[in-house]
Ligand binder design. Structure first.
Ligand SMILES: [Zn+2]
Length: 161
């Protein structure tokens, strides 16, 4: 995948709805998934938090800071595999390509299960040569999980602000 074209416009990465929010672009053939992929992206944290589940803020920046798009995901319980998890919902909305910088700000660390989000993000980062950074703000520190073409690592930093 190393020779995939770099995404010069956000339309290379996203299919956007009339509100400028990203629609799913990948539809894994898993029974029961349709309800997940029909779930919306939210423009604001407030809208995302208006229902059950936890919320993930996602920002995607194009190569060289060429463009940026932000939205919010809400988790959905009762889905098959991990497709109701916020990280998986987010990546189903992107055509990943080299040079993308994806930042996620979540309430919980990515789940560690075999088919969980930790492994999914690592696999996608390696395969598509994208950088994914996942932040979890905790009481007295910021937990940071970094995924890239060379693998993953985690770190604890002082809190922001
Ligand atoms: Zn997960």
């Amino acid at each position: 995948m190393a020779n995939r074209r770099r995404p010069v416009r956000d339309a290379d990465v996203f299919d956007l709805d009339r509100f400028g929010l990203p629609l799913p672009v990948h539809f894994p053939a898993i029974p029961g998934l349709s309800r997940v992929v029909g779930g919306p992206a939210y423009a604001t944290r407030g809208l995302a938090e208006a229902g059950p589940g936890h919320v993930l803020e996602v920002t995607v920046t194009g190569p060289g800071d060429s463009w940026r798009r932000t939205w919010f995901e809400r988790s959905e319980s009762g889905q098959r595999d991990m497709y109701g998890h916020t990280e998986q919902k987010a990546v189903l909305r992107m055509r990943l390509a080299p040079g993308l910088l994806i930042e996620m700000f979540g309430y919980h660390p990515p789940c560690p299960y075999e088919n969980g989000c930790m492994n999914a993000l690592e696999i996608l980062a390696r395969k598509h040569d994208v950088d994914i950074t996942y932040f979890v703000e905790q009481a007295d520190r910021l937990a940071v999980y970094e995924f890239s073409s060379t693998g993953r690592r985690s770190d604890l930093r002082p809190p922001r602000r």
